[in-house]
Design a protein. Structure first.
Length: 143
């Protein structure tokens, strides 16, 4: 795939990689592979408190972000097997980093848009290159 723009920046890749070089080809292949692995559409909801008119508050959820994600189900360790026996399924979810994605906390929840499954977010870590965010989530627990 060869692409170039009038200003010489190419296909949106940052840097001064020349057209047709091995570095550019590796960057394109990495972008295609990363996008190809993200075959789940997920939404992230933030908890919100709404006054109920009687002095109390109703807790609800507001969707803040939708993203394509790669989900890698964990299996093998003793802790993971014990969680699976208890009806919980831990996974690592990779989403593209953005300003909104960096606001996600363990108080939020994640939803699989296609299936409607809800996941409790256990932790969040940025990748070394800060291009992705990896979330440890768990399905089958109270959210």
């Amino acid at each position: 795939m060869v692409c170039a723009s009038r200003d010489g920046r190419g296909c949106g890749f940052v840097g001064t990689v020349r057209r047709g070089s091995a570095d550019r080809q590796q960057a394109q292949e990495a972008a295609v592979n990363a996008a190809g692995d993200r075959n789940f559409r997920v939404a992230f909801d933030e908890p919100v408190a709404t006054p109920n008119g009687q002095g109390g508050q109703l807790m609800g959820w507001t969707e803040r972000l939708q993203a394509y994600a790669a989900i890698r189900w964990l299996r093998g360790s003793e802790t993971v097997i014990a969680a699976r026996l208890a009806g919980r399924q831990p996974a690592v979810v990779t989403i593209p980093a953005s300003a909104i994605a960096r606001l996600i906390t363990t108080e939020w929840r994640m939803r699989d848009i296609r299936s409607g499954d809800e996941f409790n977010i256990r932790s969040m870590v940025e990748s070394d290159d800060r291009a992705d965010i990896e979330l440890t989530v768990e399905k089958g627990v109270a959210v």
